[in-house]
Design a protein around this ligand. Sequence first.
Ligand SMILES: C[S@@+](CC[C@H](N)C(=O)[O-])C[C@H]1O[C@@H](n2cnc3c(N)ncnc32)[C@H](O)[C@@H]1O
Length: 253
Amino acid sequence: MKENKYDDPQFFEQYSKMSRSVQGLGGAGEWHELKKLLPDFAGKTVLDLGCGFGWHCRYAAEQGAESVTGVDLSEKMLKKAEEMTLSPNIRYVHSSIEEFPYSEDSFDVVISSLAFHYVESYAEVCRKIFNSIRENGSFVFSVEHPVFTAQGKQDWHYGPDGNPLYWPVDHYFTEGYRQAVFLGSEVVKYHRTLTTYLNVLTETGFSLGRVVEPQPDPAMLDLPGMKDELRRPMMLIIQAQKPSPGPRRETSR
Ligand SMILES: C[S@@+](CC[C@H](N)C(=O)[O-])C[C@H]1O[C@@H](n2cnc3c(N)ncnc32)[C@H](O)[C@@H]1O
């Protein structure tokens, strides 16, 4: 099993204090944009990769999903998710995104919120997802934006007065391993260019829908540090679809 920072007691405690952990989707700065890209869940079979506390799983179930599978590597995150979940339509699976046993044509919708930047093998995971999504099924995910992950440390460059001067972007085209600092802890993440995020999807067979670089919800701009989120993109949201093969053409001799 892969190492997961979210099971580190100190990191977990810090993560549990974030507004997205306490308030759920309404406390997540990108939710107002992500929500617009989600399909109709009614009667659907849904997979949530890196489900954390299960907020998106519960949302899908509330919107009428027939069954929802939430997958996460962290036992601590899943324990909390289970405690907060009453719906019998949701099941949680302790697995990495990479090793989850994706079965063919099993899901109508695959979602993932802020987890793929922890995954090294993005292209391989996209291929597995493609095979497990039914025709016309939706794949919607958010990741930390390549501008946010490129330099690695994930912090502003500060002026002498302690105010953020600019966000450093460096080594943009060097993809892969980064040692980031998140919530005061060192965390391994993986940087990819915007080109990779998009082209891997189309090369895998998905058709691309909307791509959004969300700005914070205007209602949250008074929260500490939130106005600085208007200075550079922190997240990227991508909507894709598995197309149907279309009608077969008759060949004439
Ligand atoms: C930033 S949290 C997001 C949680 C949730 N999707 C949300 O938006 O509220 C990232 C989650 O991804 C999980 N995670 C990280 N790497 C993973 C992996 N390789 N496989 C499965 N889950 C992973 C973590 O345990 C954590 O719960």
